[in-house]
Design a protein around this ligand. Structure first.
Ligand SMILES: Nc1nc2c(c(=O)[nH]1)N[C@@H](CN(C=O)c1ccc(C(=O)N[C@@H](CCC(=O)O)C(=O)O)cc1)CN2
Length: 283
């Protein structure tokens, strides 16, 4: 069988080596990139992700802090913590792990983070800048997907990209990044009529719906590139994506696995954003 796997782990590792070198160089001028990750509550998946973020940033030579706050934390307490970090010159990146407990308004929290330290790229100022083509932090998952395609020499210009899902974190910015790179973009979402007739037109199909194995071969054109953002558990509790990997693999020209596809790229782009933030804030 041909190897058509887009290996996110391998690409992430190569980009991380470059980041590690740049961190070393920056440290020689007395600046140590600092990332603080905040988690509220004890969602097991979120704990895995924040632990990975802390470990990776430490491995790359950054200063890293993980603030683990109890589920009972109030919105005001969390905002106050963020304000403290906004004013701390040793912190270049602040990330609040999502989702937050239901009693905390996500939007208020994202607004509280200084746009200059918003390494997640979720603050409305960064979103707005990105939409009008100004330099800003880019959200890590779609940014990671763009970098992955770039690394593999895949040019998206003129391609029909279909994005399944329209979240603020992945779907919406994904389509806009593709547009910026001259792709023709279609969004498919929960109210779309006849989803498969549209996804079957995609040269590049990006799926971020949070439904295990939702995309089967009937949704995919022969030779399409399939990018799976999903992170679900199947009926046996095994990690799987939104794409039925074994079913789609044979007709895709390239496909990302879960795990080992988009996930490692997300964490890598967070490191890249933190490094860039440290460079900017220290000049
Ligand atoms: N503040 C944020 N919250 C969330 C984001 C985000 O970008 N910023 N994205 C997702 C979760 N996420 C990052 O936080 C994330 C998910 C998965 C992975 C990953 O590397 N997955 C591994 C498998 C991990 C496992 O074994 O469970 C893989 O795909 O290989 C990284 C980051 C929601 N919240």
């Amino acid at each position: 069988m041909v190897n058509n796997i887009l290996d996110g782990k391998k690409i992430a590792s190569s980009i991380q080596s470059d980041i590690e070198q740049q961190v070393k160089t920056l440290k020689q001028s007395g600046v140590v990139p600092g990332l603080t990750v905040i988690i509220v509550g004890d969602n097991p998946a979120s704990i895995t992700y924040v632990t990975n973020k802390k470990r990776t940033s430490e491995r790359l030579g950054m200063n890293s802090a993980l603030l683990e706050l109890p589920e009972s934390t109030t919105e005001l307490e969390l905002v106050n913590k963020i304000v403290e970090l906004n004013n701390d010159p040793t912190v270049h990146g602040i990330l609040v792990q999502l989702p937050l407990p239901r009693h905390i308004d996500e939007s208020k929290i994202i607004h509280a983070i200084s746009p200059e330290k918003d390494v997640d790229g979720f603050h409305p100022i960064n979103v707005g800048k990105f939409v009008i083509g100004e330099e800003s932090f880019l959200p890590c998952t779609p940014y990671g997907i763009m970098e992955m395609l770039h690394f593999e020499g895949i040019d998206v210009a003129g391609k029909h990209v279909v994005v399944v899902g329209r979240s603020n974190i992945v779907g919406k910015p994904m389509g806009l990044m593709m547009l910026k790179n001259n792709a023709t973009v279609t969004y498919v979402h929960s109210k779309t009529v006849d989803v498969s007739s549209i996804t079957k037109q995609a040269d590049i199909l990006i799926v971020a719906v949070g439904k295990a194995k939702f995309i089967t071969s009937e949704f995919v054109k022969d030779g399409a590139i399939v990018i799976d953002v999903g992170m679900n558990r199947d009926e046996n509790g095994k990690l799987c994506g939104d794409v039925d990997f074994e079913n789609v693999r044979n007709i895709a020209s390239f496909i990302t696995p879960v795990p080992g596809g988009v996930g490692p790229m997300t964490i890598t782009m967070l490191m890249k954003n933190t490094l860039e933030s440290a460079k900017k804030l220290s000049t």
